[in-house]
Design a protein around this ligand. Structure first.
Ligand code: MTE
Length: 336
């Protein structure tokens, strides 16, 4: 993976645009196209979750149907949000090119509607979900830190739900031990999949994986939106994974296939450079990348000159309380 060097002037005090849209849940409804979608709300088994999106303003901040406690634990609301402009213009999505500005520049024509994602393999009820289905799992807003293995990070308000919700729908069998994810393969629309020069020569489609117990942890999240709007292509439309305690490359974008298996699945960066990128990829300031330190990170805020700051990296990206138990018997130096 490429790493961007930074100047000393990039590391000073942070400043972030205040995002009023984040507080406006009705805007989310509008942007995701839910206003007037009476049939969708009525048919949703999670209709209560959408109540806060009704016309009754007294409900505006109601989080009924959400696991308020989990939400609080998961959030990083004491940290300044990275500005929306930066979240949607500084990206890693090699299917659209290698530099940070390429995904936005080259993905405008990417078609993410209609979409299908299948959940297959070691499940009792294999299912295929379309976009309407994907919006019916009860949306929550969660502020997560995203820590890239390249040692930069952001704080981002995503919209979606715990991955466990869609996995449970497919009813994993007792043989299921891992979950494998696959990005759509669409070389016509993804120049990086057509050309080694454009796509960095990694093997496509991009694939990722988690242990089943990691995948069922409430923090593992499927995002369908960001900053109160449907995901733009460069951030992984129409759905992507977020595993906030792991390096960002685990958070696979534009997912079309989820397969439960009894074997640890291959993962893109591990295939490309196994001594640099492991299957686990837990954020760990004590285990350096062979070519750079992981002890600290550049926190991207507005991205303006001198706006970003250098901060220490936290174990499991600050989510140790929620996930450390998953690795109680694992040597994290060996299983990096
Ligand atoms: N998913 C796919 N399919 N292709 C990619 O190149 N890059 C990963 C991850 N998911 C990537 C991907 C990496 S390295 C990071 S850091 C995050 O996406 C970046 O997500 P963002 O662009 O929304 O910040």
């Amino acid at each position: 993976m490429l790493i961007k060097s930074f100047r000393k002037s990039d590391l000073s005090e942070a400043k972030v645009t205040d995002e009023s849209v984040f507080k406006n849940r009705r805007q989310l409804l509008r942007n995701l196209g839910f206003i007037g979608a009476g049939s969708l709300l009525a048919s949703s088994s999670n209709a209560g979750v959408f109540d806060f999106l009704s016309d009754d303003q007294s409900n505006a901040e109601d989080t009924s149907g959400l696991k308020a406690l989990d939400f609080k634990k998961a959030s990083a609301s004491n940290q300044k949000l990275t500005s929306e402009d930066k979240v949607t213009s500084y990206n890693n999505f090699y299917e659209f090119g290698l530099s940070k500005s390429d995904p936005k520049a080259n993905s405008a024509k990417f078609v993410s509607d209609p979409w299908k994602v299948e959940i297959v393999g070691e499940v009792e009820k294999p299912i295929t979900l379309d976009l309407d289905d994907l919006y019916k799992f009860g949306l929550e807003e969660r502020i997560y830190r995203l820590r890239c293995v390249e040692a930069w990070s952001m704080v981002i308000p995503w919209v979606g739900y715990s991955l466990s919700k869609i996995l449970e729908k497919a009813a994993p069998t007792s043989k299921a031990k891992y979950v494998a994810f696959e990005t759509v393969y669409n070389p016509d629309q993804m120049p990086g999949q057509r050309s080694r020069f454009f796509g960095g020569g990694i093997k496509y489609p991009y694939v990722e994986g988690l242990r089943l117990d990691e995948a069922m942890n409430p923090l593992a999240f499927i995002a369908v939106g960001v900053y109160g709007k449907a995901l733009p292509p460069q951030n992984g439309a129409p759905l992507r994974l977020l595993v906030p305690w792991k390096y960002g490359f685990k958070s696979i974008k534009s997912i079309t296939r989820i397969r439960l298996t009894d074997q640890q699945p291959p993962t893109t960066w591990n295939i490309s450079a196994p001594h640099e990128y492991g299957f686990y990829a837990n954020v760990n300031p004590q285990v350096d990348h062979p070519r750079w330190s992981q002890a600290s990170e550049r926190r991207i805020t507005t991205g303006g000159l001198g706006a970003d700051e250098r901060i220490p990296t936290e174990m499991f990206n600050g989510y140790a309380e929620e996930v450390a138990h998953l690795y109680a018997n694992l040597d994290l130096k060996k299983f990096y």
